[in-house]
Design a protein around this ligand. Sequence first.
Ligand code: HEM
Length: 387
Amino acid sequence: MLFRSWQGPVERPWPDVVSVPDHVGVDHLVVTRHALVRQVLADPETFRPDNALDAMTPIPVGALRVLARHGFRLPPTLANNGGHSHPAIRGIVAEALHPHRVAAQRPWLTAVVRERVGRLGAALDTGHPVDLYADLAADLPLLVLARLVDLPEAPTEVVKEFTRAALELFWAPVDPQRQRVLADVVGRFHAVLREFAATGGGLAADLRTAGQPPDVVVGALFFLLVAGQETTSQFLTLLLHRLTGTPEVIVGLGAGTVAVDDVVEEGLRLEPPIVTWRRVAARDTELAGTPVPEGTSVVLWLARAGRDPEVVAAPEAFVPGQRGSRRHLAFGAGAHRCVGAQLSRLEAAVVVEETAPLLADVTVVRAPWCPDNLSFRMPDAFVVAHR
Ligand code: HEM
């Protein structure tokens, strides 16, 4: 269950809190109910974020050597930083992603998406299938991020290879041979980030000026590159796929009876790209009557919290604007709540607006396939053709 936790209908009974062993025999306490997930997220003293980036498959000596050879280090910076330095680092990152700066991207983003959708439509018209992941969603969030945060000059494919390797190395069940390959990809790009962190402008310069040590600047860029674009390109792909299965929503969008923002929120609720997120118990405590010893890995099932019948009127149905639709926890909550929420919402709104007319006329050739992963969906492709 841990590595394919988005599968299966909500009707399947699950305890509110249950211990589940992973593939290497470590127990994780899975929290399934909306109220309990919120409770954990709201209490960072008891449930710390320190394990957020811990490798699910312990990294063996061979792969550790590869990482060390590249000078890889990842000290607590943002998502896994429960210490005193977190608010200051977060404040600087949040400034770079300020809602005004995000909103200013809309005209540019709309033009880019419109142009892409035009090209995809032309290909479909000539009878060619198109991949809405590869040809639309994969690199779009990276392009937007690069307009808000100065990033190292690197080809898109290299950045995507690095970020997907990081998601696999830290969150997937992997064998030692694969870990070495992934460690090499992640380590190589870490070296690129280190160089950029020392000299780059924008956010990197702001962090340096604020007196943040080099490792923190690298850590912030590392996490932003992973969290700031992989998540959104996965979400766009999953949301577009969901829309092809709900023609009434596409018709409603066209007729103006369904609001784009409601579609995005319902998408985040039913198709969150991050299905679980971790915390670790800082002391002996309890959760819904279940004892939680200090050091327990707590897996918050965000995807299931979004389908809690206590919160949502029709948990399994895609009904934009329904009661409880916006109460999802796709962005987490509390001190570590996603700072990119507004940005990803804007990207999704523009993509839905611009793509809906094209979706009205397509059939799915190849649905997205997602690999085993604790937290990230990582769809690989989404191919459609003219009906
Ligand atoms: C649909 C897209 C996205 C989803 C579902 C998502 C989800 C999340 C989740 C679940 C967390 C952990 C929250 C917690 O621990 O309470 C998080 C943290 C974070 N996200 Fe996102 N995210 C998305 C897009 C983005 C984007 C576009 C950016 C930036 C450009 C971003 C930057 C961050 C950062 C910096 C953190 C760490 C915040 C902290 O620890 O203070 N995310 N995100």
